[in-house]
Design a protein. Structure first.
Ligand code: NAD
Length: 295
């Protein structure tokens, strides 16, 4: 297939690489620069997103946030300028579910399908082609793009219509944030009570409280390894999406709001680029006690 890929950063670079390795013809664009590793493999670097859309049948975006997707699709020299009827636009960035529905309508008006297909699994998952991909959009477009998703990920689910993929990703980020908070509180409590937090974590790993967050981030809290990983500033962006969407929907997310405040406290202490497991540091400030001494 002729595939377009826009946004070739930490995630997009390796994802586009897997599509070339699978034998697809790639047309690529990034506002900063196209990685040489991709052109060396045969990708064609384009001068704009519009040029990508002219050459490709399926156009994928993987950029940071909602305004970047809007710019790539509808800005000057954007995808919309190069589209013709029958093409498919696939946004794999993590962005606003509400804005996504609007973007899909504008792309549909040009005679094209739209899929929102954000991912979970991080840089490791992008490189290993083991991402979880949560998709919103029409069945037919999903079936057409699925062979491409299968080259980038493993757990691929069509959740529902446009916006539902992004909604699922926001739900994912709510669970991750609240679980980090729960693990942080539990280890802090145990440590203050005099128990060895490393042993407490080990004991809990076999029971009902076990989770990937307890395993990986609990270990980070005990060993004080807060280099990212997934940066607090990116998780703040995702919780902003949760809280803004909740406001638009008229629902209350009290513990998501609390987690965002804890991330805000970390940022106020210079921690925007710490790993998100460092949320525990905000809890430690309030408790005047650390899970474990800093290394
Ligand atoms: P990144 O900043 O490394 O890469 C984004 C790329 O998009 C950059 O190269 C940038 O130059 C380019 N870009 C920005 N605006 C553009 C535009 N208008 N046109 C063309 N290119 C443009 O970010 P990333 O870590 O690859 O993340 C991308 C998305 O994936 C984000 O929405 C992020 O939340 C999500 N995500 C990231 C991770 C992770 O661990 N990094 C995990 C899951 C999901």
């Amino acid at each position: 297939m002729n595939v377009g890929f826009i946004g070739l950063g930490i995630m997009g670079g390796p994802m586009a690489g897997h599509l070339i390795d699978a034998g697809h013809t790639l047309f690529v664009y990034d506002v900063v620069k196209v990685p040489e590793a991709l052109t060396a493999k045969g990708a064609t670097a384009c001068a704009s997103s519009a040029e990508v859309a002219k050459h490709a049948d399926i156009i994928i975006t993987m950029v940071p946030d909602t305004p970047h997707v809007e710019e790539a699709l509808f800005g000057m020299g954007g995808v919309a300028e190069g589209l013709s009827a029958g093409k498919i636009v696939v946004d794999m960035s993590s962005i606003s579910p509400v804005a996504t529905k609007g973007f899909a309508q504008k792309i549909n008006a040009l005679g094209c399908d739209y899929l929102d297909a954000p991912v979970s699994g991080g840089e490791v998952g992008a490189k290993a082609a083991s991402l979880t991909i949560m998709v919103g959009g029409p069945d037919g477009a999903f079936d057409t793009v699925k062979p491409l998703f299968e080259k980038m990920g493993k757990n691929i689910t069509l959740v529902g219509g446009n916006g539902d993929g992004q909604t699922t990703k926001v739900a994912n980020q709510i669970i991750v944030a609240l679980t980090i908070e729960a693990v942080g509180e539990a280890l802090l409590f145990a440590s203050k009570a005099g128990a060895n937090p490393a042993k407490v974590r080990e004991a809990l790993m076999g029971g009902f409280a076990s989770s990937k967050i307890l395993e990986i981030h609990g270990d980070r809290m005990v060993k004080r390894t807060f280099d990212p990983g997934f940066r607090i500033e990116l998780h703040q962006k995702d919780l902003n999406l949760a809280l803004q969407s909740a406001k638009a929907l008229g629902v209350s997310l009290p513990n998501t709001a609390t987690c965002q405040e804890l991330f805000n406290a970390c940022a106020a202490h210079g921690g925007s680029k710490w790993d998100h497991s460092a949320m525990v540091k905000a809890l430690e400030l309030m408790a005047n006690h650390k899970v474990a001494p800093d290394a």
